[in-house]
Design a protein around this ligand. Structure first.
Ligand code: NAD
Length: 319
């Protein structure tokens, strides 16, 4: 298949592009490198350094004529979105609409969309959250992602553009940016291995998230190339893990003797969330394969080898 990956220089998009190439697909990448890195772009992918909001996106579609678009590009920081909501709507809604218009004009068959299970549901009424749980985003990031879910629905209804929406959990693994405000596993792993001071946990550390290793999220995208048309899927393990537990496991695996520091809780964060992945199992044949313990070890291995100075400060996503 001929697949265009937006955000393919990012953490998740880079892994997806690599896996698509390994599976024999043709891959092109659109990324403006605002939070992504050239070194995440796999050899063999054609790269266009373009903002998804740009009119020149149409030129990429004209050249590439992608059959499937795997849409990972986004502004993806909950806290930042509360500071600059208009920017989040501009990139995540209007930029994505520019992309959907290109899909429509150049005959793309299907869009895979990276939505967020952590930010669309709001404070959960029950756990683990199913796809039928009420949607009440508490921040502009979550609202912008949910808005695009509606647009995908109406593009399918009106123009026959197929889609699958994947609501990601807290994705973690090699190449996640450890210098952002979010991405707790990458931040802790990097600080435990290379930091001058122990990591700081915001609040009590008893807040829970659903942590899924990046290769499992990649696998969900690969399965959705041919399955899950018109569907919304939680890509979750159904299990919540506290931030304290994440620290504990990383410290144990790395032989780190110090305790974490505790800081003020961050406003606007949900207290506990986990995503019920049963629909993804039934309809996509997806379930997470990498245990939390193995995934954390693999992430530590990566950060052991990574040069701590190699990456600039940038935002990343915990939701
Ligand atoms: P990331 O920041 O590493 O990747 C996003 C990529 O999009 C970057 O390479 C960035 O340069 C690019 N980008 C941003 N704005 C752009 C624009 N206007 N034009 C072109 N490219 C642009 O983040 P990630 O963690 O890999 O997230 C990938 C996707 O998954 C995002 O859509 C995010 O909202 C979603 N998501 C991530 C998580 C997570 O835990 N990491 C959870 C839920 C959803």
């Amino acid at each position: 298949m001929n697949v265009l990956v937006t955000g393919g220089a990012g953490f998740i998009g880079g892994h997806i592009a690599e896996a698509l190439l390994d599976a024999g697909h043709q891959v092109s990448i659109v990324d403006d490198l605002s939070s992504g890195f050239r070194e995440n772009i796999p050899a063999g992918a054609r790269f266009y350094q373009i903002d998804i909001r740009a009119a020149s996106l149409a030129e990429v579609f004209k050249n590439e004529l992608p059959e499937v678009v795997c849409h990972q590009a986004a502004k993806a920081n909950v806290r930042e979105s509360l500071e600059v909501p208009v920017l989040y709507a501009d990139v995540n809604i209007l930029g994505s609409l520019n992309l959907l218009e290109c899909c429509r004009k150049f005959g793309t068959r299907k869009v895979l969309f990276a939505s967020t299970g952590g930010a669309v549901y709001g404070e959960p009424e029950f756990l683990p959250v199913t796809e039928d749980h009420p949607v009440h985003p508490l921040d502009p990031y979550g609202a912008s992602k949910h808005a695009l879910e509606h647009y995908l629905y109406l593009y399918r209804a009106n123009f026959g553009l197929e889609y699958t929406i994947l609501r990601y959990p807290n994705v973690y693994g090699p190449r996640q940016n450890p210098f952002g405000e979010a991405g707790v596993v990458a931040i802790f792993a990097n600080q435990i291995l290379h930091g001058d001071a122990p990591p700081t946990i915001n609040g009590t550390g008893e807040q829970e998230r659903d942590f899924v290793f990046v290769s499992d999220v990649v696998q969900a995208n690969l399965l959705a190339l041919n399955r899950g048309d018109g569907g919304i899927f939680n890509i979750g393990s159904g299990v919540g893990t506290s931030v304290n537990r994440i620290f504990q496991l990383l410290a144990q695996f790395a032989g780190y003797p110090y305790s974490p520091r505790y800081g003020e809780p961050k406003q606007g964060e949900v207290s506990k969330i986990s995503l019920d992945g049963r629909r993804a199992l039934e309809q996509l044949g997806w379930s997470p394969r990498v245990s939390l313990e193995d995934g954390l070890q693999l992430t530590l291995d990566y950060f052991r080898k990574a040069n701590r100075q190699s990456r600039p400060l940038s935002v990343n996503c915990t939701n």
